[in-house]
Design a protein around this ligand. Structure first.
Ligand code: PEP
Length: 258
C-alpha cells in the first residue's frame, strides 16, 4: 500500500513507576519481532527512561521522551535537553502535545525551536498537532492543523526535516473515547501531506509518516490504519496495558504487510 514504515507509538503520559515501566516495556518488547515491518516506540515518564531503555535492550522497540527544551544545558531549572535525551538513549521525542500546548503554555514558536534542536541531535521529533472541538465545529480544522505544521517547520528544509513524524491528534478525541471517523482522519492527513508537499517538496512529503492519535483502541486501529495516509498511531490510554497495545501493534504489522 505504502512504502512508509508504519509506526505505533505509546504515550504513557504521567503514569507508571520505574518498576511498572520496566515491566510494561518488557512485556511489549517480548511481542515485537525485529523485521515485522512496523516500528514501535514507547514514551515513558522521564524518570523511567533509563530503566525502559534497559528493558528494551536487544529489542526492536525504540524509546521516546515526552518533551524537551531546545537548549543543551544552562540555567533552565526543571528542563531536559536533546543532548540529555540522547544520553538516555532516546531516538524519538513527542513535541507540541496538546496537553503541553493547553496546560503548559507551549507556543508554536517554542515547538519550532524544539523540533530544530531535536533534528540537530538526530532525535526524531513526533510533532503533535490538532484542533479543539470548538475549532472543528467552527470549520477551522484545516486552518489550525496546517498552521501548526507550517509554524513548526518554518525555516527548515526537507533535508533538515527528513525524519520528522507528524501526529494528528484532534483534542476532542484525546482520552475521551471519541475517535475521528477513519475518513475524517484521512481527509486531515491528506491535507497535511499536501501542505507539506507545497511547502517543502513532494518527494519528502510523500515519505513523511503521519500518525493518528485520539482514543485509538484495538477495535478501531485496523480501520484507521487502512487509510492511505494514516501511517501509524500515537496511543495514550491503550498503551498502558500490553493486552491493549499489542493488538494495535499487530494492526500496524498488518498495514505493513498489506
Ligand atoms: C495521546 O495522549 O496522545 C492520546 C492520543 O491519548 P488517548 O489515546 O488516550 O486518546
Amino acid at each position: 500500500m505504502s512504502t512508509r514504515t508504519p509506526l505505533i507509538a505509546g504515550n504513557w503520559k504521567l503514569h507508571n513507576t520505574v518498576a511498572e515501566s520496566r515491566a510494561l516495556a518488557g512485556a511489549i518488547a517480548a511481542h515485537v519481532r525485529d523485521g515485522s515491518g512496523c516500528d514501535v516506540v514507547l514514551g515513558p515518564v522521564a524518570t523511567s527512561l533509563t530503566a525502559v531503555k534497559q528493558a528494551l535492550d536487544g529489542s526492536a522497540v525504540g524509546l521516546s521522551a515526552q518533551n524537551t527544551h531546545w537548549e543543551d544545558s544552562g540555567a533552565w531549572t526543571g528542563e531536559l535537553s536533546p543532548a540529555l535525551l540522547l544520553d538516555a538513549g532516546c531516538g524519538y521525542c513527542f513535541i507540541g502535545h496538546s496537553e503541553r500546548r493547553q496546560f503548559f503554555g507551549e507556543t508554536d514558536a517554542g515547538v519550532r525551536k524544539k523540533v530544530a534542536a531535536l533534528l540537530a541531535h538526530e532525535i526524531v521529533p513526533i510533532l503533535c498537532v490538532g484542533e479543539s472541538l470548538e475549532q472543528r465545529e467552527a470549520g477551522q480544522t484545516l486552518d489550525v492543523v496546517l498552521g501548526q505544521v507550517e509554524a513548526a517547520t518554518e525555516g527548515l528544509d526537507a533535508g533538515a526535516l527528513a525524519p520528522l513524524v507528524v501526529a494528528y491528534e484532534p483534542i476532542w478525541a484525546i482520552g475521551t473515547g471519541r475517535t475521528a471517523k477513519a475518513e475524517d482522519a484521512q481527509d486531515v492527513h491528506g491535507a497535511i501531506r499536501g501542505h507539506l508537499s507545497e511547502l517543502k517538496g513532494k518527494s519528502w512529503a510523500d515519505s513523511v509518516r503521519l500518525l493518528y492519535g485520539g482514543s485509538v483502541k484495538p477495535n478501531n486501529a485496523d480501520e484507521l490504519l487502512s487509510q492511505p495516509d494514516v501511517d501509524g498511531a500515537l496511543v495514550g490510554g491503550a498503551s498502558l496495558s500490553a493486552d491493549n497495545f499489542i493488538p494495535i501493534i499487530d494492526a500496524g504489522v498488518r498495514r505493513a504487510e498489506s
